[in-house]
Write a protein that binds this ligand. Structure first.
Ligand SMILES: [Zn+2]
Ligand SMILES: [Zn+2]
Ligand SMILES: [Zn+2]
Length: 474
């Protein structure tokens, strides 16, 4: 079995492995699949870039492959944790490498367990991440890192996302919510509620005018007359004199003490013992109060047996799961049988019936944005469909989340109304609750009364005609 070697600079010694040199631009799908990728270099950036390129490939046979770093220099803890194995270049002896390669073959064995019947290309990010966790057979651990946008990151899976992508956290939340992984509390980080950056300035501000220009001074308590006031009020020609009884102060602890500290606003002159706290984001400058920040819980994650099962065979569709709670969703084969019956009825009795296909193309973006709140949204979509259809309508869901409807006794015009209502309502729901524009596509077809048609043909036609519809909001 061959290894692919990707170099930042030329490796001067020979690797004690069968290998082939490739350029980083040659990391792509479709080419020969190596046993593992070996990366040689000396900068964090190079290792990170190569790792990211590999993890972004489409085929699970390649993006899951082990990645080994040979580093000339000590890498940061974050970048080191991206690799399956890190060697320093002084460790390039045969025995060390042979020993560590056992781990590589363990990962490759796990990759082979993954359902091979599926599509070559995988676009479900949740599944990609879960499959990675499954094949690594280790906990997903956070690493504190001052160069990370979030201050803390999961290096092992970070390369599946683009830089500074909050989906890293919502993906893990989603996987925990659907039972694939289990989290154990690690810590909480505060993130900007606009851009998710963790680089925040916490500052004390005047409760009266909001200015951060505060002057801090001690309160002075004069024992003989019990007067309390800020130290500056006592100052007279470089000496402390009580503004109330005009006596000269003798000494701290003798006739006065300093019971507390007080803040004076340089802007409006307001005195306070409890200034407000405000945060400013160093990245986007959003000002916020601490309680409005995102308190992101960071956990250490472990794969569950459900997760193992999902990793091997793929997820049950969250859409199917949520819709099945309120609607009768038929398996695709039964749906086709009913379409067949409807085709015959239409031909024989001239019944006017129709079919609709409907899909939300960017469902994965929505999952990534909502994380564990996705389920509620999908249930809402279920109720919308429930309201737009009748009990006698027949529904089924295809793999990629396309919903098929058979509407018996519904002429094309009536089906058009149902379809438009669905598109408008779902669009509105997602815009309001997710804050992103859904990309919905739909199509409609009449059950032919004269020509003979196979049910599969009818569905193919619906799928082929799927398109985004334009409508104007009232
Ligand atoms: Zn003020
Ligand atoms: Zn006094
Ligand atoms: Zn920000």
């Amino acid at each position: 079995m061959e290894y692919f070697l990707i170099e930042e600079k030329k490796l001067s010694v020979k690797l004690p492995l069968p290998y082939k040199r490739i350029d980083k631009k040659e990391i792509k799908d479709g080419s020969r699949v190596p046993e593992a990728f070996v990366v040689f270099g000396n900068t964090d950036d190079f290792f990170e870039e190569v790792c990211r390129n590999i993890r972004h490939l489409g085929s699970s046979k390649v993006y899951l492959k082990p990645v080994i770093f040979f580093a000339e220099r000590k890498l940061s803890p974050r970048v080191s944790a991206m690799a399956d194995e890190v060697f320093s270049s002084s460790e390039l002896d045969e025995d060390t490498i042979k020993f560590e390669l056992k781990k590589i073959s363990r990962i490759n064995d796990a990759i082979r367990k993954i359902n091979p019947i599926e599509d070559e290309k995988e676009d479900d990010l949740f599944l990609r991440v879960l499959r990675f966790i499954f094949t690594r057979d280790r906990r997903v651990e956070p690493v504190r890192d001052r160069t990370s946008f979030f201050g803390i990151t999961y290096p092992a899976i970070e390369s599946f996302f683009s830089k500074e992508d909050y989906a890293l956290f919502s993906t893990l939340e989603f996987l925990e919510e659907n039972g694939s992984i289990e989290g154990e509390f690690f810590e909480k980080v505060h993130l900007c509620n606009k851009c998710h950056c963790s680089f925040l300035n916490f500052m004390e501000v005047c409760p009266n005018c909001g200015s951060a220009s505060l002057f801090e001074e001690s309160l002075v308590h004069h024992f003989p007359c019990a007067y309390i006031g800020p130290e500056s009020d006592f100052m007279k020609d470089g000496q402390l004199v009580c503004p109330k009884c005009s006596k000269k102060l003798k000494g701290l602890g003798v006739d006065y003490d300093k019971p507390a500290v007080i803040h004076k606003c340089n802007h409006c002159g307001f005195f306070t013992q409890e200034p407000d706290v405000k945060t400013v984001c160093f990245n986007c400058e959003r000002e916020s109060s601490p309680e409005d920040l995102i308190a992101q819980t960071i956990k250490i994650y472990t794969l569950t047996s459900t997760g193992k099962n999902f990793a091997i065979y793929g997820f049950e569709s969250p859409l199917l799961k949520a819709l099945s709670e309120q609607l009768n969703i038929l398996p695709y084969n039964s749906f086709l049988t009913l379409v067949q019956l409807e085709l015959e009825r239409s031909k024989r009795y001239g019944v006017e019936s129709s079919a609709i296909a409907f899909q939300i193309k960017n469902l994965n973006d929505i999952y990534a944005k909502l994380g564990k709140k996705t389920d509620n949204l999908l249930k809402e979509i279920g109720s919308l469909i429930n309201m737009a259809t009748r009990k006698s309508d027949i529904l089924s869901i295809l793999n990629k989340g396309t919903i098929l409807f058979l509407l018996p006794h519904t002429p094309l015009k009536g089906a058009e109304v149902v379809k438009n209502r669905l598109v408008i309502e779902v669009d509105k729901l997602i815009k309001e609750n997710v804050g992103i524009n859904p990309i919905t596509e739909s199509s409609i077809s009449e059950i032919p009364k004269k020509e003979a048609k196979e049910p599969e043909e009818l569905v193919d036609e619906l799928l082929k005609n799927l398109k985004q519809i334009e409508y104007k909001e009232e």
